[in-house]
Design a protein around this ligand. Sequence first.
Ligand code: 8YV
Length: 315
Amino acid sequence: MTKPDILQVGAYPDWDQLPLETAFTMHRYYEAPDKPSFLASVGPDIRAIATRGDLGASRDMIDACPQLELISVYGVGFDAVDLETCRSRGIRVTNTPDVLTRDVADFGVAMMLAKARGILDGDAWVRSGNWASKGKAPLARSVSAKRAGVLGLGRIGHAVAKRLAAFDMEIGYTDIGPKDYAPDWTFYPDPVALAEASDYLFVTLAASAETRHIVGKDVIEAAGPDGMIINISRAANIDEDALITALQSGRLGFAALDVFEGEPDLDPRFLDLPNVLLEPHQASGTVETRKAMGKLVRDNLTAHFSGAPLLTPVL
Ligand code: 8YV
């Protein structure tokens, strides 16, 4: 039986690549020096696209594949996939929810702790010899018993909030409405009110056109000069220019960011800011979670081509 042709948008670890190559004919878009010509030549044969959350699939890419049936996303976020085009052509879309929730939540909390408690600065203090020459490192900020805000109490936001509760934090959240599963946490309908009531504001909501820049100047300034904003969702949820300006002026105290506009080429102004922790979009980046994500990508592809129901459909 001929193997279905799949357009592969970005690299996967070897433990995913090998089984993919066994079951399918993989066409590696990311290795093509001339991407438009590559798409024009392989596009007509493509029946599925395997992509990543950070890469998605653009309208041009989808249009170049007239036989496309499925887009399988390695990641929970599918905001970079042109869903309108998929809807209009009846193309199915899958993602990898649940399997990454715990690791992403752990990483968000770790970013808060690392920045607030000066973990990286402390390491640099020791390595530079400052401990011996200058004495103790500068004092950090408490996390326990402070106020946490979670913007978007979905799977990941909920997992973050459960972890924060173990730090005796007072928890508030914003979502489209109050959640039954959060009786002990305070619901704020408005992100500005949430930010005002938070020392640590976590951005954990799925990105869409509606949430673009939901964390704007007003929310950022409401978090305030002692506040910290932690983003483990998508860069587009924050007005990055307003964030940088507020970090520069001190109107926002701190930020801890795993996602950036135009990543991996981030705004160079970030590099000069000591009050921001910069991470290379790695909240789901553990061997365990990435293996589970890769398996789910393959299982969705296999289900589709064997006529079985998709495991984790988005569309
Ligand atoms: C993955 C992600 O970063 O789940 C998502 O939406 O952005 C990440 O878990 C990414 O797809 C791996 O490159």
